[in-house]
Design a protein around this ligand. Sequence first.
Ligand code: HEM
Length: 124
Amino acid sequence: MPYEVYKVLHLAGVFMVVMSSGALAMHVANGGTKDHAFHRPATIFHGVGLLIVFVAGFGLMARIGIMGFPWPAFVFMKVGIWLLFGGMGALIYRKPQLASKLWWVVWLLAATAAWVAVYKPGTP
Ligand code: HEM
């Protein structure tokens, strides 16, 4: 698949992850629980979005000529941010008192991922 297709898919996945993480944080910050009808669609959206981000992220890497190991530092950073997003849903429910702060962290992580993708720290 071409670079452009991977890029659009990657961003579409990012929007799913950011939207669902932010929504879950807001839901829990307002006293919401897993019993709410909103819980299931939001967590499915979160998981499917993460999968799309991952697959399209590695497709993008191949298209910009990054093959195999060792990865450049920026790829480790992106995988690290991806893992943090993976744990976000569980953290929000486990620490509801932090949910309103995690709402901001969602934005900060996404903005950092964009910065890392554009500036690619660690690459010449
Ligand atoms: C497995 C994890 C990830 C990998 C391997 C990955 C990899 C990449 C690559 C290779 C690019 C293209 C860079 C270029 O075209 O020069 C990219 C772009 C981008 N990534 Fe990721 N990424 C990952 C996770 C994430 C996450 C979790 C987010 C945000 C929530 C994110 C946000 C972005 C954005 C906004 C761009 C577009 C930057 C631009 O338009 O140039 N990525 N990513």
